[in-house]
Design a protein around this ligand. Sequence first.
Ligand SMILES: Nc1ncnc2c1ncn2[C@@H]1O[C@H](COP(=O)(O)OP(=O)(O)OP(=O)(O)O)[C@@H](O)[C@H]1O
Length: 352
Amino acid sequence: MAQLILNHLTKDFGAAKSFGNGRPAVADVSLALRRQAFLALLGPSGCGKTTVLRMIAGFEQPTDGSIFYGDRRLSDAERALPPEKRNMAMVFQSYALWPHMTVAENVGYPLKVRGISGVPWQKLVGEALALVKLTELAERRPSALSGGQRQRVALARCLVTQPDVVLLDEPLANLDQHLRKAMEETFRAFHERSGATMVYVTHDQAEAMALATDVAVMSEGRLLQVAPPAEIYAKPEGRVVGGLIGRGSILRLPVAENGERQLGWPVLREALGSRDAIGSAGARLADVLVRPEHVHRGTDGILMRVMACVFEGERFALDLSLGDGQRLKAFSSVALSEGALVPFVISAGWRL
Ligand SMILES: Nc1ncnc2c1ncn2[C@@H]1O[C@H](COP(=O)(O)OP(=O)(O)OP(=O)(O)O)[C@@H](O)[C@H]1O
């Protein structure tokens, strides 16, 4: 399997079409996916995720930059290999199945188009159906399937041609929580077995964290950061990534800008207690990301007011107010009274 490479990839639909915001939909995105990567593409609505996916698939041509698969140039502003010559498959949110065909016929259709029939057809269709656990339903029509089963048929139809690259655009958005979990397992199994490169566009960062080998965050057409899930969670770059990945609060605190980015309680306690020093030499305000799991009750903590305490099932979610009105999210195993002043310790923070 070769490496998928995006090289200064840009797509400008033209100022008139981009609703007057004047910026390209995708701007100078460079990314060398590792071999057999499962990349999750995250970012706010309209940031350019789908446009990146469509350029990889060949449905859109870049206005600048290029896309390579290994040493094969797939597209640039002058030339573009048509989608059917790329050995890629794309799975959409809406899974258009042919109602008059059985499940097996739907899955096998791309093979038929390629002139594959008879025993090889049956073998490949059988394997694809087994992968998505639909062997028993091979002779049913789509109208007799549940939403999740239909999505699995669409996935099998996309996988049956054994693509090098699988592009998924919010494929689970229409499914309920239980089915999403089951489908995540199917994606993971397919990725492990096939070794295909997968690029997965989603709004759901928990899903991205669970599935991906790498997470890429985009905002306003630009790529902000790419890293494995645990790394992007622990060490996000800047406010946008910090605010988008995981739960957390971003505090403005006076901490040294050139020191360690991983901050412990001694540094944080001093910063929280020294807000009078803001503006004085060496005490510049910086954005510090604090995860709720790093906020604990402790007698040597700083007093914070409990503004809200909401039961979430396995724990309580707290909304705390610092002395200067900044807000902090935390968890608690017991209920705390709203309005109470309680001492809390912040065991870790990350300077963004
Ligand atoms: N064919 C098009 N013509 C003009 N503008 C377009 C076209 N397709 C997308 N855009 C614009 O490009 C920008 C990026 O759109 P894109 O669909 O890639 O975003 P997205 O991150 O996938 O959003 P969402 O999460 O809402 O699906 C948006 O401003 C969109 O309006």
